[in-house]
Design a protein around this ligand. Structure first.
Ligand code: RBZ
Ligand code: NIO
Length: 351
């Protein structure tokens, strides 16, 4: 709890003064005003986050948080739970979807076991921070205790802070957890005070009862556990997930350390909402990536006040969208560093 409290207290707004300077400087570049669109707003945001007019984001890491879900017992997903374990072993091998995409910008993948059902071998290249062997089934009671929920957030803070201490200057959030679109939809339904039907989708494949059954499970779990929508930790504990908490922690740690954090799809955006509920200033540090196909993703992004940049019909998770957005961040930084100003380009001053 102490680490979470300290981290929350450390979070300050991005630097407005440098953002104004960045705006003026970008307007002075050799182009029609605003013609580089979102690259400009991104460069301004990165300046505000880092406090640098010429931000450097050359040391990238995607933190993939892995955990299992007791609610899989209710048949909310068509995939066997073992896939969480098997995929968790595959991230360090570099052979998952996010790894293939992250490769193009040399982004490192950091895999963390927050709550996988099986024991991960110590030599698998996975950081073991297991809180428990999967959440409990939220259809039968709370997914975890309040203490476990806080611990899950603190795992994310610890891992992200350690990466930043080693020189990482931009983070991405990723996850692996068969069944985790169910707690994500449950969290969002509580925070947005809407019927689960509005925010529940196909995930990676629904069980034989279809989406209607998934919705019913979520509805019943909310009715049974009565999460307090004004208490994000209560919501995370009762109908959430360990890896979702850890991703919220990664986001909080990024903000506390004035580093940008690129979020991925539906599950990441819901984790970002938990972080935002705990400290709204985190919003300044969050960079959206792609618009996930999951119906709840759009609602979560709107609640968070972010607009995904990429429309790629993706719905993988793992941090794949964050990885795909990294080159766009590079382009925004290159624009500021390498473009001539209008005055320079007409020879009035030397570049
Ligand atoms: C092979 C495979 C690789 C994945 N990588 C990410 N997910 C994604 O799908 C899961 C969520 O969907 P649901 O709630 O429907 O289970 C999460 O593990 C998410 O990361 C995967 C899913 C599968 C099957
Ligand atoms: O958008 C996501 O993060 C997502 C969607 C479906 C399945 N897994 C992840």
């Amino acid at each position: 709890m102490q680490l979470l409290q300290q981290t929350l207290q450390q979070i300050q707004h991005a630097n407005n003064e440098i953002m104004e300077k960045a705006r003026d400087y970008i307007d002075s570049l050799s182009k029609p005003p605003s013609s580089l669109g979102k690259l400009e707003s991104l460069a301004i945001q990165l300046a505000g986050i880092t406090g640098e007019l010429y931000p450097k984001i050359d040391n990238k890491a995607i933190i993939v948080c892995a955990g299992d879900h007791g609610v899989c017992d209710e048949g909310v997903t068509s995939n066997p739970q073992d896939v969480t374990f098997l995929q968790t072993l595959n991230f360090p091998k570099g052979i998952t979807g996010v790894c293939a995409i992250a490769n193009i910008t040399n982004a490192k993948i950091v895999t963390v076991d927050v709550g996988v059902k099986q024991d991960i071998p110590l030599d698998a290249g996975v950081i073991i921070k297991k809180i428990k062997y999967g959440t409990d089934n939220m259809a039968k009671g709370p997914a975890m205790t309040r203490e476990e929920a806080i611990q899950s957030i603190e795992v994310g803070i610890e891992v992200a802070t350690a990466e930043i201490a080693q020189g990482v200057n931009v983070l991405g959030t990723g996850e692996m957890g068969i069944g985790n679109t169910t707690p994500s939809a449950a969290i969002l339904s509580v925070l947005h005070a809407c019927h689960p039907q509005e925010v529940t989708g196909f995930g990676a494949g629904v069980g034989s009862g279809g989406i209607a059954h998934k919705v019913e499970v979520i509805q019943n779990a909310i009715a049974l556990n009565k999460p307090n929508r004004h208490d994000a930790i209560d919501v995370l504990a009762k109908v959430g997930g360990l890896e979702i908490g850890a991703m919220a922690g990664v986001i909080l740690a990024a903000a506390a350390n004035r580093k940008p954090v690129v979020i991925d799809g539906f599950i990441s955006t819901v984790a970002a909402l938990i972080a935002y509920e705990l400290e709204p200033k985190v919003q300044d540090y969050i960079i959206p990536s792609h618009a996930s196909e999951e119906p709840g993703a759009k609602i979560a992004a709107e609640l968070l006040g972010v607009e995904p940049m990429l429309h790629m019909n993706m719905r993988l998770g793992e941090g794949s969208g964050a990885a795909l957005a990294f080159p766009i961040l590079d382009a925004a930084c290159s624009m500021v560093s390498n473009m001539a100003t209008l005055a320079e380009s007409v020879g009035l001053v030397e570049k």
